[in-house]
Write a protein that binds this ligand. Structure first.
Ligand SMILES: [Zn+2]
Length: 322
């Protein structure tokens, strides 16, 4: 099977109460780890490429790596998606360059401007058989200065979603309900601590999600910033020379619940980075005489495969949905 768009994936996911994992790819080992897991579990998958990934690895290398994964996993529906396209030009170059899905993220712009640019991308994409994800509301990140109470204005306003989707014609919509990019999603002041002293983040705003679903019945919703930052990896990183204090993510059971609702795409990037880094740090510490990159990249690739398999089984629910 060639690369596909997300249209059929999302339709089945919506009706089946599961979500498709969208994993960021930057190099061969990550592409292999993700797609081997999807292949073995017979799960559809979205491979997504950010602007930073294109700058790091080069557009052509990434497209060809993904095409290789398609050849190696002929029975698995795979989409190649641009993550956080920041302009019409970036989206156009991915549409022209073999992607089957693009995101245009004008969520930081005023509503009318967001509609205008998103519609421009949608018109071009649909003419070329490509689908478009747009965003309303802005996610907090590690730089964000506001706490949850004061930051309410960055959540998606459900009363805007219907007009936005109707006027832009976008195929899926990323909304902000309290997820956040990166491994440092929340400040300690936003959280409580459990008995082990680990931060517990504020719960996702399912009330906002429910309101959006009411206004957009049957329409695929996307969650960004949905890594869970497994504490066992943070511990390994810190044990072997790293320093990641108070790195936390979104609890997996909340994401699982979102996947059962209208959330059809869940973006996971930090957990893959963390799994690789923890594995490599440990390997390096335990084998100070090794210098062949294959020696540490092989367990790192296995770590990617293991974490993706875990997500497919326990968070996304997409086993055997290929
Ligand atoms: Zn994102």
């Amino acid at each position: 099977m060639a690369l596909v768009t997300t249209t059929e994936m999302f339709e089945k996911a919506y009706n089946g109460g599961y979500a498709i994992g969208a994993f960021n790819v930057n190099n061969m080992e990550i592409v292999q780890g993700i797609t081997e897991a999807a292949g073995e579990l017979n799960s559809p998958v979205i491979l997504q490429v950010s602007k930073g990934a294109r700058a790091y690895a080069n557009h052509t290398y990434l497209v060809k790596l993904v095409e290789a994964a398609v050849i190696e996993n002929p029975d698995i529906p795979m989409a190649l998606h641009l993550d956080h396209g920041d302009s019409f030009e970036t989206c156009k170059s991915c549409i022209d360059g073999g992607f089957t899905s693009v995101m245009i993220d004008c969520s930081s712009m005023p509503f009318e401007e967001n509609i205008k640019i998103t519609k421009q991308v949608v018109d071009y994409a649909h003419d070329h058989g490509v689908v478009v994800e747009a965003e309303l509301g802005t996610l907090a990140g590690v730089e964000d200065e506001v706490n949850v109470e004061a930051g309410k204005e960055s959540y998606t306003h459900p009363d805007e979603v219907e007009e936005f989707v109707t006027r832009t014609g976008c195929d899926s919509l990323a909304i902000a309900i309290g997820t956040s990019h990166g491994a440092y999603k929340f400040k300690a002041s936003q959280c409580t601590r459990n008995e082990e002293g680990i931060l517990v983040p504020p719960p996702l705003r399912f009330d906002i999600l429910e309101e959006c679903i009411k206004r957009l019945p049957g329409f695929p919703i996307v969650l960004h910033g949905s890594s869970s930052v497994p504490q066992e990896f943070v511990k390994i990183v810190n044990q072997y020379g790293g320093n990641m204090p108070d790195a936390i993510g979104i609890p997996e059971e909340q994401l699982r619940h979102a996947a059962e609702l209208a959330v059809c795409k869940i973006n996971i990037d930090s957990d893959i980075r963390l799994a690789m880094t923890a594995t490599i740090r440990k390997y390096m510490a335990e084998h100070p005489d090794h210098f062949d990159p294959r020696q540490y990249l092989k367990p790192a690739r296995q770590a990617v495969k293991d974490i993706v398999a875990h997500k497919i089984k326990n968070v996304l629910g997409s086993v055997d949905k290929a």
